[in-house]
Design a protein around this ligand. Structure first.
Ligand SMILES: [Zn+2]
Length: 399
C-alpha cells in the first residue's frame, strides 16, 4: 500500500520525479507540504482545501498530543480532523520539545535569527538517554522516542517521523556529536517501537505507517556525513533532513548528505520552502519539503505571484478591481474576487470579515506553491526548467 517510485531522473542535477503512494492518496514529487499544526487550517474547510491542489499536509504531534490521549474518536483521527482523505505526515514532537530550551531571547528556531552568540544553556529541559523532561504550561512533562511513536500511531498519519535530537546553530561540535549519538540511539528505539505499533494497527485493520528517520549533525560537515551514512543504513521508509543550519548552508549541507542516502527512498527537507530554497532543494535531490511561510504570510495579506510579492494591504489596491494574478487558476482568482475586495476584508477588524479575507489569501498562496511545483515537475529535464528558475529567482531573490 505504501510505495515510492522514481519515474525520471534529471541528467544534470540530482533532481528526480517520483510518485509516493500512501493509503490516503498519492503525492507527485517534488511536492510542497503545507503545515496544519493542529490538524486543520483555520478558516478553510475541506472543500476549500480540495480546491488548492494540495497533495499532502503535515501536522505537529506536540500540538495534537492532548487530543490524541483524550480522543474518544477512533484512532487515526487526523484524517477526520482535516476532513477528507489526503496523505498526512506528523513530526515527532522532538523539535517543539527540544527548542523550548532555546528560549525566546535567542530567537533560535530552525534557523538562527537572533544576534546572540552565547552558547545554549539547557536549563528549561533535561535530556536523558530515554528522552526529554520539560515544563510546559506549569506541568512537568516527558517525551521520548517510544511515546512519540505511540502518539503518532494514535494520531494516525500516513507518514511519521523518528524522534531525534535537534540542536541549535549555537551548539558546538562536541554538543552536536553527543546529540547525534542520542539521535542514533533513539532511531533504533523508534524502529523497534514502530514495529510494535504497526502490529497493533494491523490487528485493528489499519494500514502500516511509513517511518522516516532523521539526519542531523548541525553545521558540521563531518557530523552531517556521519549521520547520513548511519541513519541512511537503517531500515527506514524514507528520510528527513533536520534543521539547525543557516539558510545559505542548505545546498552545502544537502551536497554532503544526499549521496549517502539510499537512492530509492523518499527524502524530506524539514522546515524549508521559500521560493529560492525550493529550487536549491530539488536540484540537490529533495522530494518533499514543508514550510509555514506561505500560509502564515497569507494570513497577513502577503501574497505570492509569478511577478513577486504582493502586499494586498497597500493603499494602492483600495480601488483595484483586478484579481490577484491574471491567469491564476486558484479559487480566489478564478472566482473573480478583486484585490480591492480582499484588501477591504483583510484590513477589517471584524473577525468574521477578516477571516473571509484570510480564506481568499490562503487559497491563493497554497495554489501558487502547488502550481509552481507542478510547473517544476513538468519542466524538469527540459530547458524550460532553467527559464522558470531564472524568472522565479529574479522575482524572489532572497532565499
Ligand atoms: Zn490566485
Amino acid at each position: 500500500m505504501n510505495s515510492f517510485q522514481i519515474t525520471k531522473k534529471d541528467k544534470k542535477t540530482r533532481a528526480r520525479l517520483g510518485v509516493l503512494t500512501t493509503p490516503h492518496g498519492v503525492v507527485n514529487t517534488p511536492g510542497y507540504i503545507f503545515v496544519g499544526t493542529y490538524g486543520r487550517f483555520l478558516h478553510l474547510d475541506h472543500e476549500d482545501l480540495k480546491r488548492t491542489k494540495s497533495q499532502i499536509f503535515i501536522a505537529n504531534t506536540f500540538h495534537l498530543w492532548e487530543k490524541a490521549l483524550k480522543s474518544k474518536l477512533k484512532e487515526g483521527f487526523i484524517h477526520k480532523s482535516f476532513g477528507f482523505d489526503i496523505p498526512i505526515m506528523t513530526d515527532s514532537g522532538g523539535f517543539q520539545v527540544l527548542s523550548l530550551a532555546f528560549g525566546d531571547k535567542n530567537k533560535v528556531g530552525k534557523f538562527m535569527t537572533g544576534e546572540t552568540t552565547d552558547p545554549i544553556k539547557r536549563t528549561k529541559i533535561r535530556i536523558t538517554q530515554k528522552g526529554v523532561h520539560f515544563n510546559f504550561k506549569g506541568k512537568k512533562m516527558f517525551l521520548g522516542p517510544e511515546l512519540s511513536m505511540k502518539l503518532q500511531r494514535i494520531i494516525g498519519a500516513d507518514i511519521i517521523f523518528a524522534f531525534d535530537h535537534i540542536t541549535s546553530p549555537l551548539d558546538d561540535f562536541a554538543y552536536n556529536q553527543k546529540a547525534l549519538e542520542l539521535t542514533n540511539k533513539w532511531a533504533h528505539i523508534c524502529l523497534k517501537e514502530h514495529e510494535k505499533q504497526s502490529r497493533l494497527r494491523k490487528r485493528s485493520g489499519e494500514p502500516r505507517q511509513m517511518l522516516f528517520g532523521i539526519v542531523q549533525g548541525g553545521i558540521y560537515p563531518a557530523l552531517r556525513k556521519k549521520s547520513a551514512k548511519y541513519i541512511g543504513s537503517l531500515p527506514f521508509d524514507g528520510f528527513g533532513i533536520g534543521g539547525a543550519y543557516t539558510k545559505k548552508q542548505i545546498a552545502k549541507v544537502l551536497k554532503l548528505i544526499i549521496p549517502h542516502l539510499p537512492e530509492e527512498k523518499p527524502r524530506h527537507l524539514l522546515g524549508v520552502g521559500k521560493v529560492a530554497d525550493i529550487f536549491e532543494a530539488i536540484e540537490n535531490g529533495i522530494d518533499m519539503f514543508d514550510c509555514v511561510i506561505p500560509t502564515r504570510e497569507a494570513r497577513h495579506g502577503r501574497l505570492y505571484t509569478r511577478a513577486g510579492y504582493m502586499d494586498i494591504r497597500r493603499g494602492a489596491y483600495a480601488k483595484d478591481k483586478k484579481v490577484i494574478e491574471k491567469g491564476c487558476g486558484c479559487p480566489t482568482c478564478s472566482g473573480g474576487i478583486s484585490r480591492a475586495e480582499i484588501r477591504a476584508l483583510i484590513k477589517n477588524v471584524d473577525r468574521e470579515q477578516n477571516a473571509r479575507g484570510q480564506r481568499w489569501c490562503l487559497m491563493h498562496n497554497m495554489w501558487f506553491f502547488n502550481q509552481l511545483l507542478e510547473d517544476i515537475r513538468n519542466s524538469l529535464g527540459t530547458s524550460s526548467y532553467q527559464r522558470l528558475k531564472t524568472k522565479m529567482l529574479k522575482n524572489f531573490p532572497t532565499a
